[in-house]
Design a protein around this ligand. Sequence first.
Ligand code: HEC
Length: 445
Amino acid sequence: MRFALVLVLSPLLAQQAVIPPPLDYTVFRDEVQPIFLKKRPGHARCVECHEHGVPPMEPLAPGAATWTEAQSRKNFDMWKQFGKQLLVHPLAAKAGGDHFHAGGKHWASKDDPEWRILSQWVSGTRGALEPRVLQSNSAGDSIDVINPATNKVVGVIEGIEVPHGVVISPDGTRVYVTNESKRTLDIVDAASLKVTKQVPLSGRPNNLAVSKDGKTVYVAIVQAPGAVDVIDPVAGINLKSIPLKGGIHNVYVTPDGKFAAAGSIPGKLLNIIDTVTNTVAWTLPTDAGVRPMAFVTNPDGSTRQIIIQLSDYHGIAAIDFVTHREVKRVPLPDPTGTPKETQGIQGSPSHGLAITNDGKILWATSKWYGYVAAFSLPDLKLVRVVPVGSHPEWLTIPPDGKNLYVSCAGDDATVVVDNKTMQVVAKIPVGAVPKRNASGMLRTN
Ligand code: HEC
């Protein structure tokens, strides 16, 4: 019995240790093949020789700019066997290439972007997803990209004046940003961090959310009369504007993907939209403007409660998702001896919520006193108050669940709090007046 187990396990272990990740076909088709087809000054194209050479490439059909799907598959099956030679044969000898290739040396350095694509394809790292925190700078024209493994800014999305909300597409290939100055939804390529498309909105936007399947982006339109725009982000089309009463500040998709929740400040309304029909399923009138939200789920993932923050209220309220009733209101503490911030509260003394990935803790910010407060779930008992800095605004927790990221708008910094020890572990300088943030797995190359 023991002998049999060893037999079964050892090839698996050996495989993990020595065999590199399988090469990716899509990366080959979409990024490696174009390098074979490209004309570089002073060099004949790879395809010109290798169409009838070794290793062979499929012959292009007369007049065709690229290979068919079936040909690409054949090229892939052939060229995946030549990974190592591909990196040294067309690379200059003094950059680490071998000394002769009958097709010449196409790249002078390993820093050449084309060579780097080949190298990342061969090592299986091209298209890798890595966790990232995105911090939008509400009074700036940029979004900072933070690596949560190092808590350093590793990239910047530039050229979006007054970026409001920011989200990552579920497949990690894009970032969506609401652009207040241009009234557009800006689509950003995750690998290059460049804006590739701007989709016109029906009015000035605030926050946004993306559906679980990545096919729909919901944008809160704050400009009167108020709406939620429904965008197809892949086609880059504004499909529909759902009219709602009062400008919409924030929109969220529930964790099960079945509903979008849209809060209105002037309308004092919580609107729940069915994401299949994109029509309003129910609304709840409130006694104050509806600000940020967080979702408490049942074991099956369906929504149990919506935690909301309200205008001019220093605390949180819990709405039962089935009965549509407010079931609890919990004030945030007023710590003795802590001076109360009065400037620039913008009608929301508490504005920012997050639930830890294990579903056990709800974090809420206090702009009055510059802290984040931890509440246990589902009973909403205060566990800890953690001072973080000036004007803590928005909260996000990356996929590994380790830390909480707090935008401190008054400090131009994102403050990192360990979810376990509930202590500040880092303070990351970012742009002007950081507010909305988001996190997820992002395609980094
Ligand atoms: C002028 C014709 C020509 C061009 C252009 C050319 N090659 Fe080659 N390539 C050859 C010939 C001939 C050989 C076989 C002789 C040798 O290894 O140098 C070869 C060999 C190779 C090999 C080694 C295969 C082995 O058996 O080890 C690789 C890999 C390769 N080429 C890749 C490329 C790539 C990538 C490009 C474009 C960047 C390219 N070649 C452009 C003619 C060419």
